[in-house]
Design a protein around this ligand. Sequence first.
Ligand code: AHM
Ligand code: MG
Length: 390
Amino acid sequence: MASGASDDPLDDHAQTDGRPDDPAGGPPPDTEGAQRPAMEPGDFKTLEQFIIERQKHFPHSTGAFSRLLRDVSVAAKIVNRDMRTAGLIDIYGSTGEVNVQGEVQQKMDALAHREFVLALRRGGECCLIGSEEHAEAIPLATTGEDSDGQYIVLLDPLDGSSNIDVNVSVGTIFSIYRLPEDWTGKPTMEAALQPGTEQVAAGYVVYGSSTMLVYTTGTGGVNGFTLDPSIGEFLLSHPDISTPVEGKMYSINQAYYESWEEGLKDYVRWMQQPDAESRHPYKTRYIGSFVSDFHRNLLKGGIYMYPATKNSPSGKLRLMYEANPMAFLVEQAGGAASDGDGRILERDPQKLHERTPLFIGSREMVETAGAFLRGERELEAAGTGGETVS
Ligand code: AHM
Ligand code: MG
């Protein structure tokens, strides 16, 4: 038996602790970015405590932003609760409606949208919501009058919702802006059409094997909180997340290969080439649920790509509530996000439901993808340092 291995049949570390890296002689196991110290009982910080501590660094803060984040987390808990019983109550399947995107609306889409709108309306800090599930922006009134909230929230209430019926992870994505200071009168969608660089916070909730809320305010890093269902609190489990600069995984729907531009075909084929000395071939991981693919790549390193295709000539994902918030977050974690031409966060938005091609994840992977897309790199044999493959 290799040293360190246990002969206890109940010890599930016995196989991993003692064995050689890989009996097949392949690359080392994929553990990068995945190791985290276990929390001891009582050794935790709730999301609320965390937010309050952060607020103390801003002496002139009114607490409005902290309350807004609390409202988002409350809605997430309600959506999580409903999702955990989805097989038992009548919330699987579609509503029979088609949303503004021309996509079949799932019952959980509609339910999640409703819970976020209600929570934000109750909280009173948000004056305008833009949601994937609603054609127009939704101005919020608290007590019959206009809300005096100063924040705009754009969200995809339930991303990847076609996966719900088969128990695959889905998520919520949110982006927060401040109402422009010189804005007078009722907030309208134009108030929200700000470049992603202007976001004051962004994040997502992934409803997976556990439920996690991950967010950033653009300072203080990216922090992840895991919901402890027994006490109903998000607990700080992933402090100060940084994403590996280079990863081993790529996520793309390869079924659209024939309609990709040549540079992208070359990039993907380059990643597929074998090379014992390097990380080639890369691994493909594609769930078809952006939040889940993004979350895995953020922690382990990788790139998610949704390019322009024949059916989606501008890409499929929405700039304002999918690409921008994740781009803001990934940059804070040390990664990058591009539309294939430039930085996602610098795009000048024209409308709420605008789509964009998206290449997002580990910085070096996004840069390499860009080099292929711009034709600055050509397909070359992996590990040969430049030899062009015919
Ligand atoms: P949605 O916001 O309507 O759920 O659509 C976005 C989803 C992403 O979560 C996912 O990555 C992508 O659409 C999958 O699209 P495709 O099936 O074309 O690969
Ligand atoms: Mg979505």
